[in-house]
Design a protein. Structure first.
Length: 196
């Protein structure tokens, strides 16, 4: 199997799993629209869904960097697939199949919050591992800002896991979403589409 064959195989698997994660988010958002008074819903819930949607789209695009991986091992393959699966699981915790199961009590909502933010912290840690697997040149190109960004997102996720304060979570979400947009624009030199 050539280097390009391995990359294409991994991209297909990543595409399937991240496609399922995006489907989960879009279905959940459609459910929110359908039920204006959905239990457990609110601005924060929708905001985190939008944050994850942007994060997953960014992840999918960013995985083009795997083309630079010279030698694919089964361990590396498992790691990348695990990353995609972790994103899917976070989306499933945010929008479970039976959303009424989290509407029963405050304790159920707190348990969901702990799982969501704990898994989100894991996503940021695994993201760092993903960057390391792409090589030292790739990690150096991301710069120290990437390391600070990743550490900060991870720590704030762990704090949000414990702190039920909606103002803290809303501030984290707002600043995180803004930063993620700015980060993507700067990383990918996003410009205005030409007219024509």
């Amino acid at each position: 199997m050539t280097h390009l064959d391995a990359f294409l195989h991994v991209r297909i698997i990543i595409g399937i799993v991240t496609g399922l994660a995006i489907s989960r988010l879009l279905t959940g958002l459609a459910r929110v629209v359908r039920r204006a008074e959905w239990q457990g819903n609110g601005t924060l819930h929708v905001g985190w869904a939008l944050f994850l949607l942007l994060f997953i789209v960014h992840f999918w695009w960013f995985e083009l960097g795997l083309l630079k991986v010279e030698k694919w091992t089964f361990e590396l393959y498992l790691f990348v697939i695990f990353y995609a699966i972790l994103l899917f699981v976070v989306c499933t915790v945010l929008f479970p199949d039976d959303d009424d199961e989290y509407a029963d009590s405050e304790e159920s909502r707190r348990r969901q919050q702990r799982w969501f933010f704990g898994l989100l912290a894991a996503v940021f840690l695994v993201d760092l591992g993903d960057a390391v697997f792409k090589g030292s040149a790739h990690l150096a190109a991301l710069g120290s800002e990437y390391l600070v960004r990743t550490a900060l997102f991870c720590v704030l996720s762990l704090v949000a896991m414990i702190v039920g304060n909606r103002i803290f979570q809303g501030t984290f979400l707002t600043l995180g979403l803004i930063y993620q947009i700015v980060w993507i624009v700067r990383q990918f030199d996003v410009g205005v589409m030409p007219s024509g």
